[in-house]
Design a protein around this ligand. Structure first.
Ligand code: UDP
Length: 360
């Protein structure tokens, strides 16, 4: 088959690394980058380091309101789909790129394949939730990372098209976690290399809820600054200015601010961290895979499977709450593996191939 895959944001590149490798064994893939993430350290580094094929198209759409971004992508993707006439369109996750691609394809009667379907926060206040629900419902095949996500789709009447295949991010994580940590390339805001301390906490924080003003981010950094080891905070480009200003103003000398790191560095920073504090959906799962305790700073649970035995705890953007959660100890039950066995991409391809056979 000819399959158009649309990606646009960092976590999608990480998923596509595993997906494209498996898909290209039997299918022709046309890769479209919407341009949602464009900095070298948010985009190109992943293509280089993870062996993702060069995109065939780049729409260069970034910034603007949700409507502006989605509308521009919708128009650009439709043109590509009309020209390429693919047999299917494949999308990952829950970004505006996911939604725009799914809508463009379904209106042209091109079957949509959605990877990482079925996750629900239970609130339409989250823009990603809207993208997930809409994409799941227009898709022909929905691939869930967990049984819980599959159950949610069954409740929404989508059971006949939905499959639990494991988390495709786990495929990428295992691939990199098994390799030695060679040549870390961790750079501070002034372009100087950062030496990773023997003991440290790893933090990412970029969601609107935690970075829309100084207050929540200051609370989170206040907690991290008071810990018994430094925190490496890999900062999303849109939060550079705010993070630097807060750290300087508050005199937080126990925080090491860095530019976004590549995937191998992020995986190894995760594996070797004392604990992790994040508002990232992907990083909390990686902490879980690595057996490193995590505190997730948000009002909503994103991956309920990780919220067991103190392995991942929800905290408010409040320094006391974060410190209290960090002070707890986790226990790990090694037989508890809710994210599959790290072969999600192969399973997805197996089901796509079986579905293709039913069409002939
Ligand atoms: N990540 C990375 N470099 C960084 C920060 C995160 O490679 O500087 C990786 C991280 O390991 C995880 C993914 O990016 O796999 C998470 O992406 P992001 O936080 O942008 O999205 P979310 O998980 O919130 O959807």
């Amino acid at each position: 088959m000819k399959i158009v895959t649309v990606v646009g944001a960092r976590p999608q590149f990480i998923k596509a690394a595993a997906g494209s490798r498996a898909l290209r064994k039997t299918h022709q893939e046309i890769l479209v980058h919407t341009g949602q993430h464009f900095d070298d350290n948010m985009s190109a580094v992943f293509f280089r380091e993870m062996g993702i094929p060069e995109p065939d198209y780049n729409l260069g759409v970034s910034g603007g309101s949700h409507a502006q971004m989605t509308a521009k992508m919708l128009v650009g993707i439709e043109e590509i789909l009309v020209k390429e006439e693919p047999d299917a369109l494949l999308v990952y996750g829950d970004t505006n790129s996911t939604l725009a691609a799914a809508l463009a394809a379904v209106k042209l009667h091109i079957p949509v394949i959605h990877v990482e379907a079925g996750n629900r926060l239970g609130t339409l206040d989250s823009p990603e939730e809207v993208n997930r629900i809409a994409t799941d419902h227009v898709a022909t095949l929905d691939f869930c990372a967990t049984e819980d996500a599959l159950e949610k789709l069954k409740r929404e009447g989508l059971g006949d098209r939905s499959y639990c295949v494991g988390n495709i991010m786990y495929d990428s994580f295992l691939h990199f976690a098994d390799q030695p940590w060679e040549n870390p390339n961790i750079i501070d805001f002034d372009g100087n290399p950062v030496t990773v301390p023997n003991t440290y906490y790893y933090m990412t924080c970029h969601r609107q809820e935690n970075t829309y003003s100084d207050e929540p981010l200051t609370e989170i950094l206040l907690a991290m600054n008071s810990l018994d080891a430094p925190t490496i905070y890999a900062v999303h480009p849109r939060n550079h200015e705010r993070a630097r200003r807060i750290v300087e103003k508050e005199g937080f000398t126990n925080i090491i601010l860095t530019q976004p790191v590549g995937y191998s560095d992020s995986v190894h920073l995760t594996k070797n961290a004392k604990k992790i504090v994040t508002d990232s959906g992907g990083l909390q799962c990686e902490a879980f895979y690595a057996g490193v305790q995590c505190v997730f700073v948000l009002d909503f649970i994103v991956w309920p499977e990780t919220m067991v035995d103190n392995r991942n705890q929800l905290a408010k953007a409040d320094h006391k709450d974060i410190l209290e959660k960090l002070s707890k100890q986790q226990t790990i039950n090694p037989s508890y593996q809710p994210f599959g066995d790290g072969h999600a991409a192969e399973e997805i391809c197996r089901i796509i191939n079986a579905w293709e056979r039913t069409k002939h």
